[in-house]
Write a protein that binds this ligand. Sequence first.
Ligand SMILES: [Zn+2]
Length: 147
Amino acid sequence: MTNEEIKQAGEVMIAAANGASMQFRKKGSENLPNFQTVTNPKARKEHKCCECRGVIQKGERYQSYSGHWNDSGFGEFKTCSDCEQLRDDFSVGTCSGEWPAFGDLSSDCSDAGDEWLDRMVSIKIKRGGKVMDWMLERLKEAKEANK
Ligand SMILES: [Zn+2]
């Protein structure tokens, strides 16, 4: 496969993922929602992102996802644009073919490798989400190993 073909395949996967199969699990559950509504509103006030735990600024667009899950009822999740992009890239880039569950993006990135963790930590720093000491330690070690 050429790079161009790989890129095209990736774009098709993103398109598919953004369509009918945009069904996200909740953390700790295998249930997909019975139905979901995904919108991209402008924040009327500050919100907290469910992934990086950082701030979605007033006036900024974010992903609002409401759904109903059999095991746990209704739920609503707000995701900042940075985490939305990371989640898209992650589901394509790791070829798992699955979306991370809500609230799991940070730990899934950490499991998937240093480059994914690095992206999540950058978002957390940018948005004021809590960065754990072990995350910084691990990235520092990875950088030193690459010297
Ligand atoms: Zn976020």
